[in-house]
Design a protein around this ligand. Sequence first.
Ligand SMILES: Nc1ncnc2c1ncn2[C@@H]1O[C@H](COP(=O)(O)OP(=O)(O)OP(=O)(O)O)[C@@H](O)[C@H]1O
Ligand SMILES: [Mg+2]
Length: 385
Amino acid sequence: MSVAKLITKNFRNLDGLSIDFHPQLNFIVGDNGSGKSSLLEALFFLGHGKSFRTSKVDSLACHETESFVVSVKDSNERQLGLSRNINSGLTTIKIDGQRYSRLSVLAKNIAIQIVTPESFKLFFGGPKERRRFIDLGMFHVKHDFSTLWKSFNRVLKQRNACIRLDNITSNVNNNSMLSYWTEQFCQLSIEVSALRAAYVSEIILELNCWLAILLPSLDERVTVQYLQGWPQKKSLIDVLISNQEREASFGYSLYGAHKFDVKFLLDNKTIETQLSRGQQKLFLLALTFAQANFIARVKLVKPILLIDDIGAELDINSRTALSKAIEKLDCQVIITAIESSVLQPFLGVCDDRKHSMFHVKHGKVSEIYPDDSECNKSEKAMNVE
Ligand SMILES: Nc1ncnc2c1ncn2[C@@H]1O[C@H](COP(=O)(O)OP(=O)(O)OP(=O)(O)O)[C@@H](O)[C@H]1O
Ligand SMILES: [Mg+2]
């Protein structure tokens, strides 16, 4: 699946936007503040029901307006739309004319992944982003995961409530409630953890193929450590029993499947201490491609990959390697850049029609047709001669 058309109304500075995408490769070029990231944000919003830049949904509406709309038509003629009314706080989702109220329904229909210039700092900066990344893949690839994760979070909430209550009243009733939820919690943690461990080892195999293209000097030197959320060699129940007092003083569950992490190692040292910023970005791109390709193989809904400001941190050699990797990807890619010159390695030969190019200015998008390019002009001139 790919996005054939995107329409926005009052979304940030993009008003009345209507853009027809190429099924494979799309470039969006424009100055600072023209609306490139906003365009990707609109697509991301439709796939996730939230922005990658802000948690304040209402700030996405164009200044002085009270609502915004984002909708897409996919390559199978399906319509997905989302509108938000700021006054009422109501979000309406429509898929092929049918209304839905839960944002989670969006993610089932469209799988969107994004890499921004900030992504690698967040990814290597702490476990939160790594957890989000892995669980996005889990959600699309492991069919039982969504239900299992929902049950886990419900039990986690109950267990945390018991831990807090235990601080206030230490009575027999609450103790037995805590034991009940702890047992469920351990069981679900173990199930989630087994599923995640399997996913992480599948991803690492795929990752090596992409590293061979993007960072060949790292080939065969990268390993991954999956940290399940409690000490590896101990049983979770033993860990929880011996940490009862600590959990009570914190007021929540300190160990369990929600505390998992993945550490990438280069020659047994954490990768972020070994790689430059540009290399870290390439590494994250390799990992994102691995996940996107994996989702595409397993799922009927192919992921759509957004790369914001592709020129940031990457030199010409890295961009050339990236163009080779993108050529091998089996999904739609939408790339933004400030200067069209950074796209040179991606464009290939002049008459190549395997992509579309757009220009954004003050929130208005226009398509640049191959006929407009200098290259074609010279070709035309040659034909006349
Ligand atoms: N709610 C809003 N309503 C109207 N305009 C907005 C809103 N939020 C942001 N803007 C403006 O939209 C413009 C586009 O922002 P955006 O981040 O998409 O630019 P960009 O093309 O990605 O720029 P850069 O190259 O610097 O990353 C900016 O000028 C910004 O001030
Ligand atoms: Mg931007």
